[in-house]
Structures are given as structure tokens and as C-alpha cells.
Ligand binder design. Structure first.
Ligand code: IPD
Ligand code: CA
Length: 255
């Protein structure tokens, strides 16, 4: 998984360098970024297929690809943080999750600009490059920095999000909209953020991050505290102390 991500990242970094030049052209970098996305996904798919020829895929761009092995599938987002990429903001990542019989068992999130490889395997811990990761130890929401995603034009849930953020911003030290759900989860695993929540998220945005947070000792759930994040698209992740208080805050705010 790490080898595949590093290989796809080489082109991505080159393409990211090009985006700056394209910003000033009339056409803008839009089409160029979609082709960078597709190229990265193609490399990831080819590399992972070489390693495990029978596994299936769920790809952000390519959709579902059934494999002969019905138990295992790769869940891939070739660029999470596409809007950042498009605007020349150096905060985006490749995300690869491995699912076995409906359960996430391994994940990597690779942020190529800072060369940060977040990786985790069920039962084996979470790491940033070689360093073992732990979620933060903060016990109070007052001290917490939380990440979130703001629904943009064309997405539902604007009114609900305003209620959530009104409640959260009054309770915490800071709220961040960093632009990559995968990295938001990696940052929770690394203890950089104390929690993260978002609605309307897709499986490829969170598949790898779920394993990372769990293996770093944190909790991940939907708004009901259940494990249905991948199906319902709602996610709340936090360290052990703040998960329940954050859930309660969000539930009360949503009414
Ligand atoms: C998006 C990012 C963003 C999140 C959105 C996602 P994309 O993925 O993860 O942080 O708020 O919900 O769609 O479009 O950059 O792959
Ligand atoms: Ca994404």
C-alpha cells in the first residue's frame, strides 16, 4: 500500500507544481487536476493489483470493481483535498483502506508534500513514518482543537452544519477546516487535532482514517455512536475522553 502510494505521489507532486502555472491561464487548472486524479488512481490500481491480483476495489473515480476474492477490497481516494490541490494549497493526500468482510483492517494516508506516511493495521498500531501514534490526551473540550468539513455549494446540510458549528465553536479552543477528511482523521490519530466531525462524507474519504484513529487509541462512530460511518456518511472521531462529550454536543445542536 505504501509502495503504491509513493509511486502515485511522484506524478502528483509534479502535477501540483504545474497547477501554479495553470492558475493564471484562462482555462484554469480544472481539467488538468481531473486528469492528475485519474492518473494517480490508475497507478494505485495497477500497483495494488500486482500485489493482490484477486482483491476488489472501491475507487472514487472508477467506482466498484469486483474481484475474485469477495472478502477483500481496496477503498481508494487518489487525491483527498482536491479543492486544495486545485488552488495550489499544499494539503492533500492519497488514501488507501483495506476492507475485509466489511471491516476496515488496514489503511495508509500519504501526504506527499511533507512526506508524511500515516499507516495502520488492525491490532498492530498506527504510525507516522516510523513513529508510533497516539491520540491526544486532552480531557476538556475547552482545550480542544477540532477539525470539520463545511458543506459547500451543491451539497445538502448547510443549515444543520451551522447549528453544529455554532455549538462547537462556543465550546472549544478552535475549529479547523483543512480541506482533506483523510488528513483530518490522520491528524486526530497523531494527536494534532483532538477530534473531527463531518456529514455527507464518502467511504473513500474515511476508510483508511478509521483504522488510523482506532489503532491510535481513539474512537470513531456515526452521530448515534454506532459504527455505520461508511454507510451513512456521518462521522465523529475523537480521543477517548472527548468522543462522548463531542457526540452529545453535536446531537443536542442537531436537535
Ligand atoms: C473532500 C475532502 C473534504 C471534505 C469533503 C470531501 P475530495 O474530498 O475530504 O475535506 O470536507 O467532504 O468530499 O473531494 O477532496 O476528494
Ligand atoms: Ca475525498
Amino acid at each position: 500500500m505504501m509502495g503504491a502510494a509513493r509511486k502515485a505521489a511522484r506524478n502528483l507532486v509534479r502535477d501540483f507544481g504545474e497547477v501554479e502555472n495553470l492558475q493564471v491561464s484562462m482555462k484554469g487548472p480544472g481539467d488538468f487536476v481531473s486528469s492528475a486524479d485519474l492518473k494517480a488512481e490508475k497507478t494505485l490500481r495497477a500497483e495494488l493489483k500486482k500485489a493482490r491480483p484477486n482483491f476488489g476495489f472501491l475507487l472514487e473515480e472508477g467506482g466498484i470493481v469486483a474481484g475474485d476474492d469477495k472478502s477483500h477490497r481496496w477503498i481508494i481516494d487518489p487525491i483527498d483535498g482536491t479543492t486544495n490541490f486545485l488552488h495550489g494549497i499544499p494539503h492533500f493526500a492519497i488514501s488507501i483502506g483495506l476492507e475485509r468482510d466489511g471491516e476496515m483492517i488496514a489503511g495508509i494516508i500519504y501526504e506527499p508534500i511533507r512526506d508524511e506516511m500515516f499507516h495502520a493495521e488492525k491490532g498492530a498500531g498506527a504510525f507516522l513514518n516510523e513513529r508510533r501514534l497516539r491520540v491526544s490526551a486532552r480531557r476538556n473540550l475547552d482545550d480542544a482543537v477540532l477539525a470539520t468539513g463545511i458543506p459547500h455549494r451543491g451539497r445538502p446540510g448547510h443549515a444543520l452544519f451551522l447549528k453544529e458549528v455554532a455549538a462547537v465553536m462556543a465550546a472549544v479552543s478552535g475549529v479547523r477546516r483543512q480541506g482533506s477528511a483523510a488528513l483530518d482523521l490522520a491528524y486526530v490519530a497523531a494527536g494534532r487535532c483532538d477530534g473531527y466531525w463531518e456529514s455527507g462524507i464518502k467511504p473513500w474519504d474515511i476508510a483508511a482514517g478509521i483504522v488510523l484513529v482506532r489503532e491510535a487509541g481513539g474512537y470513531v462512530s456515526d452521530f448515534d455512536g454506532k459504527g455505520d460511518m461508511m454507510a451513512c456518511g456521518d462521522i465523529v472521531a475523537a480521543n477517548t475522553h472527548l468522543h462522548q462529550p463531542l457526540l452529545k454536543l453535536l446531537r443536542d445542536a442537531r436537535g
